[in-house]
Design a protein around this ligand. Structure first.
Ligand SMILES: [Zn+2]
Length: 229
């Protein structure tokens, strides 16, 4: 071997060796890295054991959530009941919203005017109950309405009108506060209602707090309000 060959051999060997070292060393480093990653991951995976403790706060969160959910749940029953305060109930006992017929736009008096109320058919003597809370403002007997009740809402801006009653509830008087569902009287055919078709004529009148019960007011269709549950 001449000098050049030797040098070449040395260089090649050195190159190969260093290449081997680079590759091996690199993979060692990689291994080391993946090991350290594993070590790094393990605590993270072992974090599932912290994670249970994390889940525990999570459960605690759930627990605090469930009280919250419970609070929400209580709000939910509360919300409907507070909505219920605004929500109307069908003002005739044992009549479901699905039993109702929308008669608001029916013509009356030979087409001279619109009905602007709902007729709730029920046997004579069936209890009439307050659709919403309010104050009995007027107990009035009229030719058309017969025995009627005007109940004004707490904000004063709505009057519920109940007509054709057979009787008032015993002791019912003007100025009396009634709660939703409270018995007001019984279904009948007083006024111009047919004896063969006793029913409650129920109207919702939008008025102003300073307007009298007999003053003109805007009738609102009770049907969608009674059936929107
Ligand atoms: Zn009617």
């Amino acid at each position: 071997m001449n000098l050049v060959d030797r040098i070449l051999t040395i260089v090649v060997t050195a190159t190969i060796t260093s290449f081997v070292w680079i590759v091996a060393g690199g993979s060692l480093i990689e291994n080391a890295n993946s090991d350290s990653q594993r070590d790094a991951t393990r605590p993270a995976e072992a974090a599932p054991s912290p994670s249970p403790s994390e889940t525990a706060p999570g459960v605690a969160d759930m627990a605090t959530d469930s009280p919250e959910a419970g609070a929400l749940d209580t709000r939910t029953p509360n919300a409907p009941s507070s909505q219920d305060a605004g929500q109307l109930m069908v003002p005739v006992k044992n009549i479901r919203p699905s039993d109702l017929t929308d008669t608001f736009s029916d013509s009356r008096a030979g087409g001279v005017r619109l009905h602007e109320a709902i007729d709730i058919m029920a046997p004579k003597g069936t209890s009439v109950v307050a659709a919403a809370p309010g104050t009995v403002e007027k107990l009035f007997r009229s030719d058309a309405g017969g025995l009627t009740i005007y109940v004004r809402s707490p904000d004063g801006e709505t009057i519920h009108y109940y007509a054709h009653l057979d009787e008032y509830a015993e002791g019912l008087k003007e100025g009396q506060r009634v709660r939703r569902g409270q018995r007001l009287g019984t279904v009948g055919s007083s006024g111009n209602a047919s004896d063969e078709a006793p029913h409650l004529h129920f109207a919702i009148l939008q008025t102003t707090a300073d307007a009298e019960w007999w003053e003109p007011a805007n009738a609102v269709n009770p049907y969608p309000l009674l059936t929107s549950r």
